[in-house]
Design a protein around this ligand. Structure first.
Ligand SMILES: Nc1ncnc2c1ncn2[C@@H]1O[C@H](COP(=O)(O)OP(=O)(O)O)[C@@H](O)[C@H]1O
Ligand SMILES: [Mg+2]
Length: 357
């Protein structure tokens, strides 16, 4: 069953027969007491009613989160979303966290660093061949501001698109000077340009990576201070994680000592399967500090949104998937960037029986 079949939170039965008004439109950032009272008024599901529990979770998130402003970080947080496995939710996580933070009043920039350009598509950003893009920035040293576009749907959300040209960049970069630091130089230049223009400071930068550990991903590790690893709650989920962590350790040692894996997000979580619960448990055991409490459920709405050139935050902001990303964005915004070191590869190896085979 998906959320489309579940009905909406407005259908929740109220044991006292009162009307539970959970519409969020009138809730401002200062309405904490009203939000708490509304959450209190929700019916209490028992453990044997998982459907009601899910509806209640959505209702609570809707009341607590929608219309809320998130705290602004002291300085720009640059977060690379990486996992060399394909289809684990990197792009989906990048665009939805970015949109959620921008909707919550922050300035957010997405660097689409994958030749497939999926992040650009999902943000409704033009990325046809010939559009100024990250390719010109990386390969021709073009100024980043000439290629950055603002999202048509969410004010304060910006995107450096990727075009098909980027598929050649991996090879072209090999022989170039400072091939690992070109994205960082370009981003520094963009921040300076924004300051000169009197534009607001960017609060969050997300870099969407291709499913490989080549030079494009290396550039993404060098530009960032934080790595966010989405992990799909399925078999083999942890396979390859130790290779990813080894690469990050190498980057730390040689190119970017300030880099750390700050965040792990469990995606495509299906609470009804034992496997998803086991994978989640295993990840939390090995990375207790870094794994966000929020998991992202498998959701039809999330997978539909890109075909409309939208994030799920604008496509269906009240759906379970959008509310989960909104809650994950709040967690990300509220916890200070963990400055601890990258988890060791040994830790990751212990994390999965399938690893390193
Ligand atoms: N929570 C989710 N529920 C349902 N489908 C999802 C979810 N997250 C991602 N998807 C879908 O899974 C596919 C792979 O996700 P994507 O973010 O493109 O992965 P990656 O960028 O790691 O290759 C896409 O078709 C996407 O729409
Ligand atoms: Mg992708």
């Amino acid at each position: 069953m998906n959320e489309d079949e579940r009905g909406t939170v407005e259908d929740l039965p109220d044991p006292q027969g009162r009307t539970t008004d959970v519409s969020d439109a009138s809730l401002s950032d200062q309405d904490d007491a009203r939000r708490a009272a509304l959450v209190d008024s929700l019916p209490r599901p028992s453990a044997d009613t998982p459907l009601l529990a899910e509806l209640q979770l959505d209702a609570r998130r809707r009341i607590e989160l929608r219309g809320r402003k998130f705290p602004r970080p002291e300085r720009t947080r640059v977060i690379t979303v990486a996992n060399q496995k394909g289809g684990v939710g990197k792009t989906t996580t990048t665009v939805n966290l970015a949109a959620a933070l921008a909707q919550a009043g922050l300035q957010v920039l997405v660097l689409d660093n994958d030749p497939q350009g999926n992040a650009s598509t999902a943000l409704g950003i033009d990325h046809r061949a010939g559009t100024p893009s990250i390719y010109e920035v990386l390969v021709d040293s073009a100024p980043m501001h000439e290629a950055v576009q603002e999202s048509p749907d969410v004010p304060g959300l910006w995107c450096l698109p990727a075009t098909i040209d980027l598929s050649g960049a991996e090879i072209e970069l090999v022989s170039m000077v400072a091939r690992e630091t070109r994205l960082r130089t370009a981003l520094d230049g963009y921040f300076e340009w924004r300051t000169r223009q009197g534009l607001d400071q960017i609060d969050y930068v997300f870099v969407d990576c291709p499913p490989s550990l080549g030079l494009l991903t290396v550039n993404a590790f060098v530009v960032a201070r934080e790595v966010l690893i989405p992990i799909q709650c399925e078999y083999y989920a942890l396979e390859g994680l130790s290779q990813l962590l080894k690469t990050i350790e190498l980057i730390q040692a040689h190119l970017n000592p300030g880099l750390s894996v700050s965040t792990i997000l469990l995606t495509m979580y299906d609470a009804r399967t034992n496997l998803a619960q086991q994978v989640a448990q295993e990840v939390r055991t090995h990375f207790p500090e870094r794994t966000l409490r929020t998991t992202v459920p498998r959701s039809v709405r999330i997978s539909e949104a890109p075909s409309y050139g939208q994030t799920v935050m604008t496509y269906d902001g009240g759906s379970s998937g959008a509310l989960a990303y909104l809650e994950a964005a709040r967690e990300l915004a509220e916890r200070a960037a963990l400055s601890t070191t990258t988890p060791t590869t040994a830790q990751a190896r212990g994390g999965s029986a399938q690893e390193d085979q």
